[in-house]
Design a protein around this ligand. Sequence first.
Ligand code: SF4
Length: 213
Amino acid sequence: MNEHARWQMERRLEAAAGALEENGFAVWVCRDRREAAERIVAEAEGARTVGFGGSVSLVELGLPDRMASLGKECLIHGAPGLSLDERVEIMRRQLTCDLFLCGANAVTLDGRIVNVDATGNRVGALAFGPRKVRVVAGANKVVGSVDEALARVRAWAAPPNARRLGFRTPCAETGRCVDCRSPDRICRIVQVLERRPRLTDLGVILVAEPLGL
Ligand code: SF4
């Protein structure tokens, strides 16, 4: 990235960080993915169970392996070889884990966190349940408004996610959203966190690099 693009990205992260703090969220701005991974490892101190909200960003940070190597019980519903019942049981346990980690579909410059889910395990845990929640968002997730966030989901996040997860949606074939009525539709639940949920210890790690989808 050239220096001017980096300058703009850092200003946008600063703006989003300030607004998130004003909205009651704890915030850390990390220079790169290595610093972000260390921040999250520090946040996991004392946590016995760590839930993962099915995030490409967390995988790119190497966190599932890192947490397992620290002896944490990792609750990963997308692990290979699990039956649907086993996946659902893990998702239920994520709702009461010590530390829940997830990505965000978007973070707005006025400090809102926007996510669109199919099942709702991520947005459920973001609202209430786990003892601590930490959200990781790369610079590519920072957008100007909630409308822009929702457009970003349909244009850039949901189609590759549908394809990654093996859902048979139109966007998984063409890369474009048609606001489908597919039984596999993954855009089912929209959550906008406008302020930190009252009883949830929720913090955001913003990373000055693109991360995830
Ligand atoms: S509404 Fe359907 S087509 Fe559009 S992004 Fe979501 S799953 Fe894909």
